[in-house]
Write a protein that binds this ligand. Structure first.
Ligand SMILES: Nc1ncnc2c1ncn2[C@@H]1O[C@H](COP(=O)(O)OP(=O)(O)O)[C@@H](O)[C@H]1O
Ligand SMILES: [Mg+2]
Length: 348
């Protein structure tokens, strides 16, 4: 639900394979997020010196910023094994029990979309995280017995697009929380260059900058744009990705000068259209653009806000003056000025 959309189904497999191939394995290869990286480095080093498992870690941020990557890097840097699952995949307590009882000492248990655990599973995770205990009921009725299993020491790494979607009791059981933020253009250029080298694509500096500027601050989108530009270059431009090739590929994908895609523009269109100047609730926006409200909130809005095109007010969402200008519309008087929002990430 919170995965990046606007991807053709046949592209999903290609994307998954490429995500894995391009995924950094060590902390040194993980570009950007310097504050988070430094804290991870210190935590891992300290836990290793003491021979202890790492504290439970919660990672949150929009899709494609490196949560899964970082979780695997943490396991690699700890020198331990990792088991990967997701909230919706853990359908019942038995599935959780079978994973937890198979973990080795200090292993990482990665739970993607941790805000989507069902209640029974979530509640049996609490004693596991706190006391390394798993309680389950054997038998039924008067003869039922509660058995307590003792687990190996382990670390839960949870990932979610929104920390606010997590219930308090679960959130409190994570010792540390790291927020991944959108990447700046320099970091995205570095990621584009690294991926180009791994894919064997010739990418020049102007091409890399063009891709970096239009990738919504998101490494997964850098990699996606690079693959599309590579196709275009192969068929039309002797294999080299330069600025004209990158621009042509982006135009084909409908990505504009700010890196906004069609859905981003439709959302801004709602805020700047007939409802102009009135705060709009996320449900109304979702209905108007026929998308899931979670996608609007988790994927579209963070970037529009970060780009200074939209603001969340207590009464609803509002477009800023910059949004009207970007859509080529007259700015209504009283629109939120550019100075009220964060400066745009990318110039056009
Ligand atoms: N800091 C980074 N440096 C280099 N590549 C990255 C970085 N973060 C993410 N990526 C790339 O982006 C892709 C998506 O990252 P992922 O960890 O799956 O994001 P998330 O789990 O947050 O949705 C991965 O293939 C990875 O190669
Ligand atoms: Mg992920």
């Amino acid at each position: 639900m919170s995965e990046p959309r606007a991807v053709a189904p046949e592209e999903v497999d290609e994307e998954r394979v490429s995500d894995i191939a391009l995924r950094p394995r060590r902390l040194d290869e993980f570009t950007g997020q310097r504050g988070v990286k430094e804290q991870v480095r210190i935590m891992v080093e300290a836990a290793r010196q003491r021979g202890e498992p790492l504290d439970h870690v919660l990672l949150y941020g929009p899709p494609g910023l490196g949560k899964t990557t970082l979780a695997q890097i943490i396991a690699n840097e700890m020198g331990v094994g990792a088991r990967l699952t997701s909230g919706p995949a853990l359908e019942h307590q038995g599935m959780l029990a079978s994973i937890l009882t198979s973990l080795d000492d200090r292993d990482v248990f990665f739970v993607d979309e941790v805000h989507r655990l069902n209640r029974a599973v979530e509640e049996s995770l609490y004693p596991a995280m706190e006391d390394l205990a798993f309680d389950f009921v054997a038998g039924k009725g008067a003869g039922a017995q509660t058995l307590r299993l003792t687990l190996s020491r382990f670390t839960v790494i949870g990932a979610t697009t929104r920390a606010g979607a997590l219930g308090g009791p679960l959130r409190d059981r994570f010792g540390v929380t790291f927020r991944l933020d959108f990447y700046d253009v320099d970091d995205l250029v570095a990621i584009a260059n690294r991926s180009a080298a791994l894919l064997g694509v010739e990418l020049d500096a102007a091409g890399a900058t063009m891709i970096a500027r239009r990738s919504r601050g998101t490494p997964r989108i850098v990699n996606r744009l690079l693959r599309r530009a590579r196709d275009y270059a192969q068929v039309r431009a002797a294999g080299r990705v330069d600025e004209p090739v990158a621009t042509a590929a982006l135009d084909v994908l409908g990505i504009d000068s700010l890196g906004l895609d069609e859905l981003d523009r439709r959302v801004l269109g709602v805020l700047c259209g007939s409802l102009r100047g009135h705060p709009v609730g996320v449900q109304t926006v979702a209905v108007s653009v026929q998308e899931d409200p979670d996608t609007i909130e988790d994927v579209v809005e963070p970037f529009l806000i970060r780009s200074g095109l939209m603001a969340r007010t207590p009464r609803g969402r509002l477009a800023t003056a910059g949004a009207y200008r970007h859509l080529g519309m007259a700015v209504p008087s009283g629109a939120l000025g550019d100075t009220d929002a964060q400066a745009p990430l990318f110039d056009s």
